[in-house]
Design a protein around this ligand. Structure first.
Ligand SMILES: C[S@@+](CC[C@H](N)C(=O)[O-])C[C@H]1O[C@@H](n2cnc3c(N)ncnc32)[C@H](O)[C@@H]1O
Length: 302
């Protein structure tokens, strides 16, 4: 424990100069990004990537199931590689099978749907919904048009990171019948939702999952280890303490949200779901090589 702690502090307290500059630049850029109204955040991304998207578009380098970078509002990194990696976890850790009925909550711009098109068979099905219309439109146009068992819905719900208006996700009833899915995934979605919304979604997941079904959900889990790193790492900190949860930014409350571990466990139990497994991520200072992902992953069972 002592040696582990030292390693952690070495990495966070005295980063090499280059790393320190990178950390400062990242928090500065993030601040500017959050100061923009939601619509402008999308415009900024499109403008930033326009030259590269233009070149890739005319050279035919981008395949039909990869969106232009300027449209990928759901995070950085290699869109296709990350989707494929998640699919492997669904299969190896969460028991996903080709004939399963899958619900992808916060389906974004198809990062998870695209690899699933190569895995689900004709007996399987995919439903995705999201609050950002451009992402849903792209998925309908590029995925549903090719794979008839893949369906996407745009739902106008409030989320101050992604949009300026909408109805409350805390009282939203999923448009699906009880026990209609074997597998539910939320990748980097609860990390952008507030407690009443998370509580409602967990209950809805409990309703739409079949008995024995599994939910794969990512979080930022707040516990002793996260607290240590958070105080020292300005690049990824949750300084605003709301007791059961912490915010990265008070102006944009959904920017990034971390949940106290025991509180999260109580929400899961209230939704009649069972916590099956926890895989901690490296956002909280753990060794990257020993983690599956940046975010923490919970597998929940009905
Ligand atoms: C970081 S992105 C991740 C997208 C996708 N799951 C992926 O892994 O690529 C978060 C997504 O959650 C969506 N989202 C935010 N609040 C939501 C809500 N209340 N219900 C459904 N989706 C929501 C956002 O529009 C966005 O597409």
């Amino acid at each position: 424990m002592g040696r582990k702690c030292c390693k952690l502090f070495e990495r966070v307290i005295i980063p090499p100069t280059g790393e320190l500059l990178y950390i400062c630049a990242m928090s500065w850029l993030r601040n500017i990004f959050y100061a923009l109204p939601p619509r402008w955040r999308f415009v900024a991304r499109r403008l930033y990537y326009f030259p590269l998207d233009f070149v890739e578009g005319i050279s035919g380098k981008r395949d039909a199931l990869t969106p232009p970078r300027g449209l990928i509002y759901t995070g950085s990194g290699d869109f296709r590689a990350q989707g494929n990696k998640l699919l492997q976890y669904f299969i190896s850790d969460a028991g996903l099978q080709p004939q399963h009925d899958v619900l992808d909550i916060g389906s974004g711009i198809g990062r998870i749907a695209v690899p699933l098109t190569t895995y689900l068979n004709e007996s399987g099905s995919y439903e995705g919904f999201d609050v950002v219309e451009t992402g849903v439109d792209w998925c309908k146009q590029h995925i549903s048009s090719r794979f008839s068992n893949f369906n996407f819905e745009y739902i106008s719900l409030e989320n101050d990171l992604y949009r300026s208006q909408g109805t409350s996700a805390a009282v939203f009833t999923f448009p699906y019948t009880d026990a209609s899915f074997d597998f539910v995934v939320l990748s980097s979605v609860f990390t952008h939702m507030l407690p009443e919304e998370v509580a409602n979604y967990l209950k809805e997941i409990g309703r739409v999952l079949r008995p024995g079904g599994c939910c794969f959900a990512t979080f930022f889990i707040w516990n002793e280890q996260s607290a240590q790193v958070d105080q020292l790492n300005p690049a990824f900190a949750f300084p605003y303490d709301h007791k059961h949860y912490r915010l990265m930014d008070e102006r944009v409350t959904s920017a990034n949200v971390a949940y106290a571990e025991d509180y999260l466990h109580s929400l899961i139990a209230d939704a009649n779901l069972q916590l099956h497994q926890t895989f901690y991520g490296y956002w909280s200072g753990r060794e990257k090589a020993q983690c599956k992902d940046f975010q923490d992953i919970l597998l929940l069972k009905k």
